[in-house]
Design a protein around this ligand. Structure first.
Ligand code: SF4
Length: 248
């Protein structure tokens, strides 16, 4: 661990940065956004931890643990937020449990206000079929926004190579909807770089990735993808929907 990394880790564990207004947070983004654009992922996380301390978290959908692994190296004990929609594959929950058991992170599982049964009772059975946007709003967008109230900045594993919607995703940007700094340390990584990092570091990967599911969300809205197909084509397959709303 470098001296700078040690400082970043200490900052995460011990410091509680002063409350900052959305304007102050946006000002930080305007100063460093371009500066960090070409920085290595570890340096980007190190900057975020040093700047936001315990008001920085990492989010993970548990497709793999690359981002959590990177963050744990820089700031052991870092909060890793996992959104349990109630519709996850058992393999995804297993990956979450394995991350919690084996990595030096503080796993924070968040859930929607409504259970699936309560949602069915209120909006009709299988809302994901009748109104998937509303289902995502209830089960993904709102609970994540609520949980981020405790933080000034959040990191995502979003990558520009994933979809055309994400090609302009900044490494450090302003998330106006949430009023938070959004950090995407591996935004510039290619699929090959992800695979290389996983292989070299023995990073946990959701077993479904090796079973035809390169992009994994809730089971009702995730289909197997044939080799060579767009990796995200299995998400909301057959519907005019490509994002859940968390990143748009
Ligand atoms: S991905 Fe599907 S099941 Fe999950 S919250 Fe969205 S619509 Fe509902």
């Amino acid at each position: 661990m470098t001296a700078a990394t040690t400082t970043a880790a200490a900052a995460y564990r011990g410091s509680h940065t002063a409350d900052r207004s959305p304007e102050e947070l946006r000002e930080i983004v305007s100063h460093v956004g371009a500066e960090l654009e070409l920085a290595p992922a570890e340096d980007i996380i190190e900057w975020a931890v040093a700047t936001f301390g315990s008001k920085f978290c990492v989010t993970s959908s548990m497709g793999d643990a690359v981002l959590a692994h990177l963050a744990a190296k820089v700031a052991p004990g870092v909060d890793v937020v996992f959104l349990d929609t109630g519709y996850h594959f058992v393999e995804t929950i297993g990956t979450r449990d394995a991350v919690e058991a084996t990595m030096d992170v503080n796993l924070v599982t968040i859930k929607p206000d409504l259970t699936v049964a309560e949602q069915d009772a209120q909006f009709g059975k299988d809302l994901y079929k009748t109104d998937p946007d509303r289902c995502c709003a209830i089960r993904k967008v709102k609970p994540l926004a609520d949980s981020l109230a405790n933080y000034d900045a959040w990191a995502t594993g979003l990558r520009r190579a994933e979809t055309h919607n994400r090609v302009i995703a900044p490494v450090v940007g302003w998330d106006a909807k949430k009023g938070k700094v959004k950090v995407s340390p591996i935004a510039r990584w290619s699929d090959e770089q992800v695979e290389q990092y996983i292989a070299e570091n023995g990073v946990l990967v959701n077993p479904l990735v090796y079973d035809g599911y390169p992009s994994i969300g809730c089971w009702p809205c995730t289909a197997r993808v044939a080799p060579g197909e767009d990796p995200r084509s299995g998400r909301w397959a057959g519907q005019n929907k490509t994002e859940c709303g968390i990143h748009s």
